[in-house]
Design a protein around this ligand. Structure first.
Ligand code: SUG
Length: 449
């Protein structure tokens, strides 16, 4: 049975702002409190989706979340109707506004970890929403992500959408940003490569920033997803990478099919040797290791070279691949020169680099690969996906019109104080739910962790 990879991008929400909320994410800190441009951000995201669609790839999306998150505020002691709540917050605790207004669910690579049916022992696609407990503004995502994934992947014969892992530091989970499924063909059983920042032996004093993924979380995902143990490989991040701003592994590595494209300093060297040996028991791994002498860790983090989408050809063939890279790579002479050399090196399959403008997201530390969740689907599974969340040109055009109608051009930190932003956002999301024909889109059931 044939299978293909579908990218589900996070549709960037109307309250995209720069809260400076993500510790260890250098771009988020650098741009803290800057003015954001939500309309431009969402249109950039849609244009990236169109670029892939026009190249023949199937493209899906995950809707923005209901913001501000009033239920989070109620759990923090605020009472009354939502308009009163948001006014009280603006008056008495304005520092909470960026958190409850954050549009961070746009980074769909952190929405969940996904195991395709070719890999799981029960032949279903498994999805576990990430608990994202390292940062407050992201951990509130998991409840709505769970709801949205259950709407999109509703058919229990094909899909199993689990609850997030327990919300405890020991099980900190950031989803697919730390997971790569390697395989020789999408419909053949592959290997789940689970990259983690810390386990119980890790010396935390050597880390300047939090390690957001734990080994125990990754092991729990493997059990939860019925992935045979021999098909799970664990690999520890290099502390130097975390300290340089690789808060997720997908800032310094990306894989697809049998290819792993990574920075020389991405992984802990001892852990890497073991992991590569384990993978090679299942397939011939094509490693494209970029030496620090060619691209420094700092340049990798500032340009997001490895946060490119590494794609097979649209028909699923793995012989040739392309990278969808952020424009920041083209702007950087050293990285641009490296990419030019790469596509001329015929010992590896990457033949083309397509640059995309996702600068609004990049300024919060989210590149092309952060914006998408990859789901490998057979034809039968694809037919079971809720069709409202698969794009065609007509739907993209309608979404662009929706963005242009409802989104503000700009948002400053001061604007978050204005209760009218809540009403506007709710109107926008209601209109989205009508546009998609999904009345339950924002009827989010309670998820108690
Ligand atoms: O979790 N930024 C996100 C960026 C996530 C990127 N995703 C991947 N690498 N897969 C984060 O650090 C910044 C929000 C703010 O500061 O307003 C933020 O959450």
């Amino acid at each position: 049975m044939s299978a293909r990879e579908v990218n589900f991008d996070g549709l960037i929400g109307p309250t995209h702002n720069y809260g400076g909320l993500a510790v260890g994410n250098l771009a988020s800190n650098r741009n803290a409190k800057a003015v954001s441009y939500p309309r431009r951000a969402a249109l950039q995201g849609l244009e990236k989706m169109r670029t892939l669609m026009n190249m023949g790839y199937l493209q899906g999306f995950i809707p923005p979340q209901l913001r501000p998150d009033i239920s989070a505020l109620k759990r923090l002691g605020f009472r009354g109707p939502e308009m009163d709540v948001i006014r009280q917050v603006a008056e008495t605790a304005p520092e909470l506004l960026p958190m409850v207004y954050s549009a961070s669910s746009m980074w769909a690579a952190n929405a969940a970890t996904v195991t395709p049916s070719a890999d799981s022992a029960d032949g279903r696609v498994h999805l576990t929403p990430a608990n994202l407990i390292t940062t407050a503004h992201r951990t509130i995502e998991s409840r709505q992500t769970w709801h949205h994934l259950k709407l999109i992947f509703a058919d229990p014969h094909c899909f199993s959408v689990h609850q997030p892992l327990p919300g405890m530091p020991r099980f900190a989970d950031e989803g697919a940003a730390n997971h790569t499924r390697l395989t020789t063909a999408y419909d053949k059983a592959g290997v789940g490569l689970f990259v983690y920042g810390r386990d119980e032996k890790t010396d935390l004093t050597q880390l300047r920033y939090p390690a957001r993924q734990t080994l125990e979380a990754s092991r729990a995902l493997v059990r939860q997803h019925n992935l045979p143990l021999k098909r799970a490989v664990y690999l520890q991040q290099n502390p130097a990478a975390i300290n340089a701003g690789a808060f997720h592994n997908d800032v310094v590595a990306v894989g697809n099919g049998p290819v792993l494209f990574y920075h020389e300093q991405a992984f802990d060297p001892a852990s890497q040797d073991v992991a590569f040996r384990q993978i090679s028991e299942h397939m011939e791994l094509i490693r494209i290791c970029v030496p620090a002498a060619e691209v420094s860790l700092e340049d990798a983090v500032s340009t997001y070279l490895f946060n490119s989408q590494l794609l097979s050809m649209a028909d699923g063939q793995m012989k040739e691949m392309r990278l969808i890279a952020p424009l920041e790579c083209q702007d950087h002479p050293g990285v641009a020169a490296y990419l030019n050399r790469l596509i001329r090196d015929y010992s590896q399959p990457i033949r083309e680099v397509v640059f995309v403008d996702v600068r609004q997201s990049m300024a919060n530390g989210g590149g092309p690969a952060c914006l998408r969740l990859r789901v490998c689907l057979t034809d039968q599974e694809l037919a079971a996906v809720h069709p409202s969340f698969i794009l065609d040109e007509d739907k993209i055009a309608r979404l662009e019109e929706w963005v242009s109608t409802f989104y503000r051009e700009s948002l400053s930190p001061q604007d978050l104080m204005d209760p009218a932003l809540m009403t506007e956002t709710h109107n926008a999301l209601e209109a989205l739910s009508r546009l998609l024909g999904v009345p339950d889109l924002y009827h989010v059931p309670d998820l108690r962790l």
